[in-house]
Design a protein around this ligand. Structure first.
Ligand SMILES: CC(C)(COP(=O)(O)OP(=O)(O)OC[C@H]1O[C@@H](n2cnc3c(N)ncnc32)[C@H](O)[C@@H]1OP(=O)(O)O)[C@@H](O)C(=O)NCCC(=O)NCCS
Length: 261
């Protein structure tokens, strides 16, 4: 594998994406980087972890930022040919292709309520794929007061054969660094969204990102997120998504004194 590189995709129009079909069967209008992310997610979550294909794509995908890691992989397309004396008659033919090997996404606020401790649910039901959830006051947990806007990292996945070489770290670093460098990116515009839809009575109540980041981590991967500064939120408890035990974790990143765009 050559040096891996990471590609960024901002929020995009994914209209026409058919959640029951594979990435290779999607309309030509869907951004290639997103299809590459879905190829990795399908391989890891659908094939390896048995999550139904139609539950993998969800309403958050269009409004999220995505990062995809690629590796340059050299494959032999024609083997070397030698004559009976061992002389090379034709050299080996090979091609180098950039192959998607890992992905992560960053979902902006607002979010659905924190899962209830001990609950069990499936990912988005097909009929639920619509716009973002409304702004709500959530139950307070150890690190979240129920009100502060947070960004949610998730769907981190690296193809099995590329694990253990820092690809997930590269992806998490890319997303966290981007968020720190673009702290106002997801702050809503009062003019576009309207105060009432922001759950705000005055300008001071308008949601502004202050550096809080969350993950819903598969329990066995919590130690990986802990390496990147995320702390287990005891108050959030644990719950099951698609039969896999999950926990909530938070990290606060320093974004200085940034305010609205
Ligand atoms: C979790 C996953 C993304 C890690 O990918 P990866 O590319 O192998 O991770 P990295 O090589 O960047 O490792 C990052 C750090 O976590 C550690 N780590 C990786 N996987 C680990 C595991 N299963 N248990 C404990 N530590 C682990 C590494 O040792 C490394 O630590 P270091 O930086 O101190 O050396 C990958 O195993 C995966 O795709 N799993 C299946 C999908 C999944 O469960 N996603 C998580 C949903 S919350």
């Amino acid at each position: 594998m050559g040096t891996p590189f990471v590609q960024f995709l901002g929020p995009s129009n994914l209209e026409g994406y058919n959640r029951k079909r594979q990435p290779s069967e999607q309309p030509a209008t869907i951004p290639k980087t997103f299809l590459d992310a879905m190829e990795v997610r399908e391989q890891v979550f659908v094939k390896e972890q048995n999550i139904p294909l139609e539950n993998e794509f969800d309403a958050d995908d269009a409004r999220s930022c995505h990062w995809v890691a690629y590796a340059s992989i050299n494959t032999t397309v024609e083997p070397e040919v030698t004559d009976e004396d061992g002389n090379i008659v034709r050299r080996k033919q090979s091609v180098t292709r950039s192959t998607p090997i890992g992905t992560i996404r960053l979902v902006p606020f607002p979010h659905a309520a924190h899962p209830e401790p001990g609950s069990a649910y499936t990912l988005d039901a097909p009929e639920a794929v619509s716009g973002p959830p409304p702004y709500i006051i959530d139950r307070p947990t150890t690190f979240h007061d129920g009100k502060e806007p947070y960004l949610k990292l998730g769907r981190i996945a690296v193809l099995k054969e590329f694990r253990g070489s820092g690809i997930a770290r590269l992806l998490a670093d890319s997303a966290i660094t981007w968020a720190r460098q673009n702290p106002t990116f997801f702050n809503p515009s009062i003019a576009v969204v309207g105060m009432e839809n922001l759950g705000a009575k005055s300008v001071d109540d308008v949601p502004v990102w202050k550096g809080l980041m969350c993950v819903h981590a598969q329990e066995q991967v919590a130690k990986v997120w802990a390496k990147w500064g995320f702390e287990l939120d005891e108050g959030m408890g644990s719950w099951y998504e698609e039969g896999i035990k999950h926990v909530g974790m938070f990290r606060r990143v320093d974004i200085g004194n940034t305010t609205r765009q």
